[in-house]
Every structure is written in C-alpha cells, then in structure tokens.
Design a protein around this ligand. Structure first.
Ligand SMILES: NC(=O)c1ccc[n+]([C@@H]2O[C@H](COP(=O)([O-])OP(=O)(O)OC[C@H]3O[C@@H](n4cnc5c(N)ncnc54)[C@H](OP(=O)(O)O)[C@@H]3O)[C@@H](O)[C@H]2O)c1
Length: 388
C-alpha cells in the first residue's frame, strides 16, 4: 500500500487523484491533504479519506475548517506554507502528489525530496522555476519524479526501455486552446469567458488561461527539458486539436512512438501512482473508431501569433533565473486577467517586459533556492509596477 500526501487536494488534479484512490482503496492510503481556501470541500474529503493531517492557506481558514468538522474527527489541522511542508514531510508518507498551482508549491516539493519522498508532479511551475535545484536533489536523494502532466507522462512512457542516447527529439502535442487560428487583432479582443472555454480539457483557472495563451506549452517545453534532460531545441510543439496523441518521441533510427487515449487526467495520474506496475483501466477505453479519434490532425504552432512560445524557448535556452522571472510574471499577470483587471495580450506584454528587465539587470546562471525565491518575488513586483 502506498501512503500519499496530496498537495492541492481540492483542485482539478487533486480531486481526480482522489478519484483514482477511490478506485483502488487497497493500493493507496491518504495520510495528508492540503488546500488553499476551499475548506468545505476539504471537510468532505476528510470525512471520506480520514487523513491524519491536513493544511489550509491561513490561520483564519484553519479556524473555519475546525468550525465545520464534526467534533469526533481525528485530524491535525495545520496552515500556511509550514503546514504544506509538514504534511509533505511526514515520516509515514511515501509519495507526494504535487497538485498545487504555481511556484508556491516549490518549498514543499523540495522539503519532501529532502526527506526521501517520491514526487508525482503535476505542478509544472515548480520545475520551470526550480528545476536547477530540484533535479540535482532528485538524483542525490535517489527518489522518483513521476510525471503527471499528460504530455510528460506520454513521453515518459514512450521512453521506457529505450537505450540511453537514442532520443532524437520530442514532439510535444498541444490542443491549440480556444484561440487556435486567431490573428493578433482577434486576440486583442478576446474575453475572460472565451479564454476559460478550453475545447478538450477541464482544468483549474490558471492552467486554462495558460492553455489559451500557449504559455502552458512554453512551461511544458521547459518542464520536459528538465524531466528528460534534453535541450529545449530538441522539443518541437505540434498542435493536435483532438488531444488524443498525448505526445511523441522520435528515436535515432527515425522510429516515432506516441501514447494515445481519450483526454482524461485520471490516466496519467494512475500511471504515475501505480508505477512501475500497470493496473486495470478506470477511464473510457480507447477506440480508434470513435468519432473523436478517427480524424487526427497535426499542424505547427503559429509562433507569430502565440509569441509566448518563443519567449519560453528563449528562457529555456538562457536558463538560470530567466525561466523564474518568466513564470513569476506570468503567474502575476494571469491572476490579474482572471480578476478582470488585464486584457489577454497584457499577459504576453508583461511577461516579455519582465524578462527583458531581468536580462538587462543580470540573469543568475546557477541560482540557489534563495536566488530563485528572490527573483520570483522581484518579477512579481516588476510585473505589478509595469501595470501602474
Ligand atoms: N488540471 C489539469 O488537468 C492539469 C493538467 C496538467 C497539469 N496541471 C498542473 O497541475 C497544477 C494544478 O492544476 P489544477 O488545474 O488542478 O489547479 P486548480 O484546480 O486551480 O487547483 C489548485 C489547487 O491548489 C490549491 N492551493 C492554492 N493555494 C494553496 C496554498 N496556499 N496551499 C495549498 N494548496 C493551495 C487549491 O486549493 P483551493 O482550491 O482550496 O484554494 C487547489 O487545491 C498546476 O500546476 C497545473 O499546471 C493541471
């Protein structure tokens, strides 16, 4: 039985992780769960999964949760970043599911690795910003970093059993989001509601906006570069609107392998949590004759329209703290867009301006964890100042 801590149990990935656990009660035990503000859902999850520890965003939310839990509930309720770290480092936990959104997940992921926990990683921002610290630590502590992002799960599965040095390039698929085929002029006009209407995936707000702007693919290029130790220029983005082929790899002899399935995050979550075993199918079985699967198309990404893709390649090539600044600026401006205070193309403008400023002031080539947190905070301030 694998003992889990789920960071972000109330979110899209967190709730789907619990759905996987529901299907395999004899395989998984939930020891700890953490969330931000959604204490009513967390209270239901506590009733069902009986974790020993939970954590919420603030002391106020902690009191709110304690107020709604039945008095006979045996659970330790913690809060703030220390609560996340305490849950992720509990001695009983084997595997931490990193399903929080944003680089805020980095301290608990790093703390968990230091304590020898395996990490099932959905929280891509932690690797984009903290890859230079996380990857050496993963190797030093000899723990598993199990990809949950569907594209990275696909690449990981295709790479299984391939001889070292045989990977020629990665073909990273992208749905193209709701604005595929749009011009720059059309992007100037798009609304929040339109940006939140993803054609194939149901996800949390931040990643849905990242998918619409294609920053999600930019983050994934850097995530894949860290996970599979390949330069970003060996990763090509392929727009595949049906989201059936979750990504492909090309090997040195020209052979191309892909992983397929109907879009459903429970599949990569299950693959990561069960690894190295395979269990029975709990999602809709694949059929090549289904109308969603029998017309698969592939096209290149329009990098003149979706300029964040090139900015991410540039950040990945430069390395050091440039991806940290890029990610932090994006998190800050996406939060503004989600609250209706910024336009869609402000996202790209802000990210580019903050990256330029950081390059002008000096990128740190080999950052420490403290450097990463400092540049993250600097970039959020720079993004806010640009908007005054
Ligand atoms: N959704 C997908 O299909 C998908 C696919 C691939 C990768 N990912 C990645 O997975 C991550 C999560 O995405 P998501 O779509 O699941 O996001 P989401 O639905 O917005 O969920 C985010 C989770 O983080 C929690 N959270 C927020 N602040 C927190 C804090 N201070 N301490 C602890 N937890 C906190 C939220 O809690 P409250 O809701 O209680 O505030 C929620 O449980 C992202 O990095 C995303 O890029 C997602």
């Amino acid at each position: 039985m694998r003992s889990l801590c789920i960071l972000g149990s109330t979110g899209s990935i967190g709730t789907q992780t619990l759905e996987v656990v529901r299907h395999f009660p004899e395989e998984f035990r939930v020891i700890a769960m953490t969330c931000g503000d959604n204490v009513s859902l967390l209270a239901e999850q506590i009733r069902e999964f009986a974790p020993s520890f939970v954590s919420v965003s603030t002391q106020q939310k902690r009191e709110e949760l304690l107020g709604i839990l039945p008095s006979d509930t045996f659970v330790e309720v913690l809060c703030e970043d220390e609560g996340n770290i305490a849950c992720a480092t509990l001695p009983e936990v084997d595997c931490v599911v990193a399903a929080m959104v944003g680089m805020r997940g980095l301290p608990s992921v790093v703390a968990a690795i230091r304590e020898g926990k395996d990490i099932a990683l959905a929280n891509k921002e932690t690797l984009v910003s903290g890859g230079s610290v996380v990857m050496p630590l993963i190797r030093k502590k000899n723990v598993a970093l199990l990809p949950v992002d569907s594209e990275h799960s696909a690449i990981w599965q295709c790479l299984m059993g391939q001889p070292e040095g045989s990977l020629k390039r990665i073909l990273l698929t992208a749905s193209g989001g709701p604005f595929r085929g749009y011009s720059r002029e059309q992007l100037e006009e798009v609304t929040l509601d339109a940006a939140l209407s993803h054609p194939t995936w149901k996800m949390g707000g931040k990643i849905t906006i990242d998918s619409a702007s294609m920053m999600n693919k930019g983050l994934e290029i850097i995530e894949a570069s860290w996970l599979f130790d390949v330069p970003v220029d060996k990763i090509e983005v392929v727009v595949h609107p049906q989201s059936i082929v979750h990504s492909m790899i090309e090997l040195s002899d020209g052979s191309v392998l892909g992983q397929m399935g109907f879009p459903n995050m429970m599949m990569p979550i299950q693959v990561a949590l069960m690894y190295p075993r395979r269990s029975e199918c709990i999602v809709r079985p694949f059929s090549p004759f289904d109308e969603k699967a029998c017309n698969l198309t592939f096209e290149s990404v329009d990098r003149k329209v979706f300029r964040l893709v090139d900015l991410a390649y540039h950040a990945g090539r430069c390395g050091g703290t440039l991806p940290v600044a890029m990610n932090a600026a994006n998190e800050a401006i996406v939060a503004e867009f989600l609250s209706g205070r910024a336009s869609f193309l402000d996202i790209e403008r802000t990210v580019e301006a903050v990256m330029n400023k950081h390059e002008a002031e000096g990128v740190i080539a080999e950052p420490s964890l403290d450097d990463i947190f400092a540049v993250d905070a600097w970039a959020r301030t720079a993004a806010a100042e640009l908007r005054k």
